[in-house]
Design a protein around this ligand. Structure first.
Ligand code: ADP
Ligand code: MG
Length: 246
């Protein structure tokens, strides 16, 4: 007999991965201000892959900065796994970011001196692992993830010995180490050719389903967005959509 767990006591069970609720982000700009994100709302379920496109300077990266708690909204709420980030103290906010949010940037921020496997083992998710069995579990997880992204033969290579596409795959595997609910991806393919771009986006789509992340991927390469469940567009800080790609 299982004990019934009702929704209110276990919000994370049914909560969307990510909710942006009427968020605005205003940057100071000399004597004036720039509204980078203008009252945007967006809800992403676990296992859902959402594309975000729009011209340069339209606020896409700023929206990701809000979703990843790198920036605090000037107004509105960011809710991750049912937790309203505005209610958290800094320490807890950093924990939520570490435990629930995976971030993948355009240029993989890899450390030159470390192998692919080591890049995964220095993540915050692993740093907390104490004791031999926890360390072994982390090592197994790193190997499994690198295998999953197609790098089983490259685990002991350093970034300089990997192609651009392979580096981005390390980046994806690393973001998954913490088993995030939310995956935020900013222009992951802009340094790659078309074929490699398509393969990286296909991989992101697959891991979204497998790991049930709510994934938000920014790209101006709309031809890569065929796999997305929805595509949203930003213009001058205003989010609209879903749009249909022509
Ligand atoms: N840290 C910042 N300080 C001030 N203005 C910024 C900052 N980051 C971005 N902006 C401005 O906010 C607007 C949106 O930028 P951004 O979110 O980077 O757009 P995108 O990612 O769509 O190219 C732009 O006008 C940009 O100049
Ligand atoms: Mg950007």
């Amino acid at each position: 007999m299982s004990t019934a767990v009702t929704a209110p006591q276990n919000r994370a069970f049914s909560a969307p991965a990510l909710e942006l609720d009427d968020v605005t982000l205003v940057y100071p700009d000399g004597a004036s201000t720039i509204t980078a994100v203008d009252h945007a709302s967006l809800t992403i379920a676990r296992g859902e892959f959402v594309g975000l496109t729009g011209p340069s300077g339209s606020g896409k990266s700023s929206l990701l900065a809000l979703a990843s708690a790198l920036q605090k909204p000037s107004s509105g709420r960011v809710v991750v796994d049912g937790v309203d980030l505005s209610t958290l103290r800094t320490k807890r906010l950093l924990e939520v970011r570490r435990e629930k949010i995976g971030i993948i940037f355009q240029q993989p921020q890899l450390i030159n001196s470390l192998t692919a496997r080591e890049q995964l083992l220095i993540t915050d998710a692993v740093r907390g692992a104490k004791g031999r069995s926890a360390k072994e579990a982390a090592a197994r997880k790193a190997a499994d993830l690198l295998d999953r992204v197609g790098l089983s033969a490259q685990m002991d290579r350093r970034p300089a010995e990997l192609s651009g596409g392979q580096r981005q795959r390390v980046n994806i595997a690393r973001a998954l180490m913490g088993e995030p609910s939310v995956l935020l991806v900013d222009e992951p393919t802009s340094a790659l050719d078309q074929e490699r771009s398509a393969a990286v986006v296909a991989l992101l789509d697959e891991v979204t389903r497998e790991f049930r992340t709510g994934t938000l991927m920014v790209t101006h390469e709309t031809e890569t967005l065929g796999a997305a469940d929805r595509v949203m567009e930003m213009r001058d800080g205003v989010l609209r959509g879903p749009i249909t790609l022509g």
